[in-house]
Design a protein around this ligand. Structure first.
Ligand SMILES: [Zn+2]
Length: 253
């Protein structure tokens, strides 16, 4: 199996949202990370990044959210183009895993019309709740694909332990991460927003936009155990790690 790290765009936000002691006027750049897992039984995407329109007409695509989250990447910097660079079209994707349904993690879902969307039951319920739009769940972003296949607890995607989706709630009610086992490169936890940046794990805190801080702290503790056992954590939005990762055609296997 091969893992390709691909770009879902690049955001800029107030640094104080992520770093508690940052000055009020400081900014932080946040790469949006997606992963393509090329398993012998199918192509799996983990998260789909930002929709290109969020770069050209953010208000139309994201509404009020566009005041807090701004894309600084051009519209061409999106997952569909990243896949095209590998010779993969949207119809070649069998499964889309959404870690959660915030707009920067499911923005390109609409392109993957043939794919089954894998997510947790709790996240699907949160995204379908009456006040979901106020909580940042926009149906134009997440509600696509051929069908939804949602689950409680863990899900071993192909039953061979190579891609195991694990619950890491707290950022949202049903946030999940992917434990990826590779023959040569070892094991990775693609953490998404359960650990947005390295400092959250190192300094043991969660960013301001966290649904439930106590539950998120429990997930952080679990992730630290996974890390201590020798698994490399791939953060959702860490600029320094992003620079160091293999990306695009340069894969982990
Ligand atoms: Zn995010």
């Amino acid at each position: 199996m091969q893992m390709h790290i691909l770009s879902g765009g690049r955001l800029i936000m107030k640094r104080s949202v992520y770093i508690p002691d940052a000055a009020a006027d400081e900014k932080i750049e946040l790469p949006v990370l997606c992963a393509l897992l090329r398993h012998p039984q199918g192509n799996v995407l983990f998260d789909t990044g930002c929709h290109p329109l969020a770069a050209t007409d953010p208000e139309a695509r994201w509404g009020g959210l566009s005041r807090f989250m701004k894309l600084i990447s051009p519209p061409e910097d999106n997952l569909v183009n990243g896949l095209a660079g590998l010779g993969i079209g949207p119809s070649d994707i069998d499964l889309v895993v959404n870690s959660h349904f915030h707009t920067d993690h499911c923005g390109c879902n609409e392109y993957f019309k043939n794919a089954t969307i894998l997510c947790s039951n709790k996240e699907l319920a949160a995204a379908n709740a009456e006040d979901a739009v106020r909580a940042g769940y926009l149906p134009t972003e997440w509600k696509h694909g051929k069908r939804f296949d949602s689950f409680d607890g863990q899900r071993d995607v192909f039953g061979d332990g190579r891609i195991v989706l694990v619950p890491v709630p707290g950022h949202t009610p049903g946030c999940i991460a992917a434990l990826v086992g590779l023959d040569r490169s070892g094991s990775f936890l693609v953490a998404s927003d359960s650990v947005a940046i390295r400092e959250c794990l190192d300094r043991d805190y969660n960013p301001k936009p966290t649904w439930n801080h106590d539950i998120a702290m429990g997930s952080l503790a679990e992730i630290r155990r996974i890390q201590a056992a020798g698994t490399e954590i791939i953060f959702g939005h860490d600029a320094a790690q992003w620079d160091a990762l293999k990306k695009g055609a340069d894969f982990y296997d």
